[in-house]
Design a protein around this ligand. Structure first.
Ligand SMILES: C[S@@+](CC[C@H](N)C(=O)[O-])C[C@H]1O[C@@H](n2cnc3c(N)ncnc32)[C@H](O)[C@@H]1O
Length: 349
């Protein structure tokens, strides 16, 4: 049995990839175009939820963009004096072991904050809020995280054993199949839970990364980098710093579907209409990424889960080795395929 935690909060430092900056335009536009709840005085409190919010600051930027767009929408074409100002309540959701203290300590001061904050610990694969509470839900860069390690990928007697790899890089068909089964289950649970929580006419924004159709993860720089981390773990096993057996039981429970696979999963849910599903440009797309930047980004993303399985001691040594390997064999970005950053807007029927 592998010993994975079922939640993998980012360790501090993930503010370096401020992914949401590029999507604030889409977020604002889609709210202005598609939100048509009653926005007058009948609706005293407007409720927003960010699912998988981590520790900020991205979540604070997103929430502010949503509030600005809702206020703009409320004023649009109306006589300002006839409107009662909305009060905003924001639910910050993440796994219970997320660092909620840091989140709330670093939120904008109350004098500048236009909303009441509430922390909602719990897995978004189930309902975390009462029925019909949320007017706009948002999630970014979260739904690739699976609720569990897919079946058999850590079983050395199975054809789906992911023996030499620490991720689903799409090189072994049986492994990909097993990951896909888990992803399908989890997406279903995620959307069913949001369908309960979001009011009729309410919006759900889903942002993240997937693969272009026909492209395996191992052809992207992200895939290459995680495979390099796996190679360095193997080198450490040869030096006796960990064991091959332990590596054989380790596989990261994250799955990047291809664009059309994702579309199929979203379409299966009948409670929402798909208002928008498009690829957007990622701010990091055209910037040459230094090894230092890449390593600190992936260290922030993966160190919780690596520590949990291999122990705290391996981390510094592992990422030193990754740095040395990348210095010797740099990733050839020109040869890599690009991930797709997607923006999906759903409306609750
Ligand atoms: C890559 S971070 C993204 C953080 C933030 N949304 C952003 O865009 O900067 C992924 C977050 O999703 C959270 N997460 C993963 N699985 C989750 C689950 N089942 N329920 C709630 N949060 C989850 C992780 O704990 C982590 O904080």
């Amino acid at each position: 049995m592998s010993t994975f935690p079922r939640s993998y909060p980012m360790s501090g430092g993930d503010d370096q990839h401020s992914y949401n900056n590029n999507s604030s335009y889409q977020t604002r536009q889609c709210i202005i175009e598609k939100l048509d709840l009653p926005l007058n005085s009948d609706l005293g409190t407007f409720r927003i939820a960010d699912y998988g919010c981590s520790i900020g600051p991205n979540t604070f930027h997103v929430v502010q963009s949503i509030i600005d767009a809702v206020k703009f929408k409320q004023l649009e074409g109306k006589n300002e004096t006839s409107l009662m100002p909305l009060e905003f309540q924001v639910f910050f959701n993440d796994q219970p072991n997320n660092d909620f203290n840091t989140l709330f300590i670093t939120q904008p001061p109350s004098s500048e904050r236009e909303y009441f904050s509430a922390g909602v610990p719990g897995s978004f694969h189930g309902q975390v809020l009462p029925r019909n509470t949320v007017h706009i839900g948002h999630t970014s860069y979260t739904t690739h995280w699976l609720s569990d390690v897919p079946e058999n990928v850590d079983d050395k007697n199975s054809p789906a054993w992911n023996k030499n790899y620490i991720q689903c890089n799409n090189s072994i068909e049986e492994v990909t199949k097993s990951y896909k089964v888990q992803f399908t289950k989890d997406m279903k649970l995620f959307l069913e839970a949001r369908a309960e929580e979001i009011v009729p006419g309410g919006l759900m924004i889903v942002l993240g990364q997937c693969l272009p159709d026909g492209v395996p993860l191992l052809k992207t720089y992200q895939g290459i980098l995680v495979d390099t981390i796996g190679d360095c773990l193997m080198d450490m096993a040869k030096s006796g710093l960990t064991s091959e057996e332990k590596i054989g039981l380790f596989t990261i429970p994250a799955y990047f579907p291809q664009f059309s696979e994702l579309e199929t999963e979203i379409e299966k849910n009948r409670s929402f209409t798909i208002e928008t599903m498009e690829s957007v440009r990622h701010p990091l797309e055209d910037i040459p990424l230094s090894n230092h930047f890449l390593i600190s980004m992936f260290r922030a993303i993966l160190s919780t889960i690596i520590k949990e399985h291999f122990g705290e001691d391996v981390i510094d040594e592992l990422f030193d080795r990754v740095a040395k390997k990348l210095a010797k064999y740099p990733i050839d970005f020109k040869e890599c395929e690009k991930n797709v950053t997607y923006f999906i807007l759903l409306k609750r029927k």
